[in-house]
Design a protein around this ligand. Structure first.
Ligand code: NAP
Length: 308
């Protein structure tokens, strides 16, 4: 079978750190081109400054991985679908829920695969956590996602703009895990979003959810964390505490700790290839829905200006 010719559109941090090695490490794909307005691209790979230029001048591609900021993703995605190109959407899949729903319908009509990727769901501890929790009574959940924005997002202006999600950019990764491992759906009850006086997106958030069985789920997001960083999920159950740490990579169960293999982006590209070969799409907007609900229902607090 011929490899799927794929272009990366948006050759920024995540594309270079994860997409390029995952594509090069998967024989189902060949990296055909890159697109970015400012970046010079990769040695030996055709590069264009815009998707228009790629589509006009080639090389031909079967698939695109869209790794731009979310605010520009819909127009690019719709254009690619219109050309019959399969699409991998980095998280979050769009800047609004309605645009993602429109893309789903367009992809369906065009007969192309649309994959809304949630990389944290492929972290090593997540699948075993989901299996373990399926049999348990969930009493209480605590999510603590505290990181230093200056370390992880230096100079990323888009992340502070409307649609950039602010602290929910990493926070949505936690929600992608929790929506996947908990056996029951859950809803937002209360939220406080803390916004620097000079920014349009939150630097911190405190959110209370409740699941349909009544279990409380608390989420603490903060970008002002210096020193040790936390990407932890604790689930109290009738059989003891489950803890996922390091963003889902390490699973602690009452019987011991499991360190699985890190397959996040390799797993995503295996899934994308299977979707394309099988003529299917995978678009789960549950994590984005919960973030949208926080913006819809959350109280706002203003805090000191933030400067990079
Ligand atoms: P980034 O470093 O700012 O890179 C974004 C890239 O998109 C830049 O190369 C930019 O190109 C390009 N771009 C912007 N507008 C474009 C357009 N109209 N057409 C083509 N390219 C365009 O951001 P990032 O950290 O890689 O994040 C990108 C996405 O991946 C976000 O949705 C983020 O949530 C997600 N993500 C990030 C991480 C992470 O650790 N950073 C992890 C997982 C997922 P120029 O620089 O050439 O202008």
């Amino acid at each position: 079978m011929d490899p799927i010719r794929i272009a990366i559109v948006g050759i920024g941090k995540i594309a270079r750190d994860q997409h390029v090695p995952a594509i090069r490490g998967n024989g189902a794909f060949s990296l055909a081109a890159t697109v970015s307005p400012q970046d010079a691209g990769l040695e030996g790979v055709p590069h264009h400054a815009s998707l228009d230029a790629l589509l006009a001048e080639g090389p031909a591609v079967d698939a695109i991985a869209l790794c731009t900021p979310p605010q520009v993703r819909h127009a690019l995605a719709s254009q690619a679908i219109g050309r019959g190109i399969h699409l991998f959407l980095e998280k979050p899949p769009g800047a609004t829920l309605a645009e993602v729903a429109a893309l789903e319908a367009e992809a369906d009509k065009a007969g192309v695969s649309l994959f809304a990727a949630w990389h944290s769901r492929f972290a090593a501890g997540v699948a075993p956590a989901r299996a373990w929790l399926a049999e348990r009574r969930i009493d209480k959940v605590s999510i603590v996602w505290r990181e230093d924005v200056r370390v992880w997002h230096p100079g990323q202006a888009w992340i502070w703009e409307p649609g950039g999600l602010g602290v929910f950019d990493p926070g949505i990764n936690a929600l992608s895990i929790v929506t996947h491992i908990l056996p029951r759906p859950f809803f937002l009850k209360d939220a406080t979003l803390v916004l620097p006086e000079n920014r349009a997106a939150p630097i911190a958030a405190d959110i209370a959810f409740r699941d349909t069985g009544g279990a409380a789920i608390h989420m603490d997001l903060d970008w002002r964390q210096t020193g040790p960083q936390s990407w932890d999920i604790m689930v109290e159950t009738d059989a003891g505490m489950l803890k996922l740490s390091q963003g889902g990579a390490v699973l602690h169960l009452p019987g011991g700790t499991e360190h699985g293999e890190d397959i996040e982006y390799a797993g995503l590209y295996r899934r994308f290839a299977a979707l394309i070969r099988g003529g299917r799409s995978d678009v789960d907007t549950a994590p984005l829905r919960l973030v949208a609900d926080a913006f819809l229902r959350g109280k706002r607090q203003t805090t000191a200006a933030f400067h990079d």
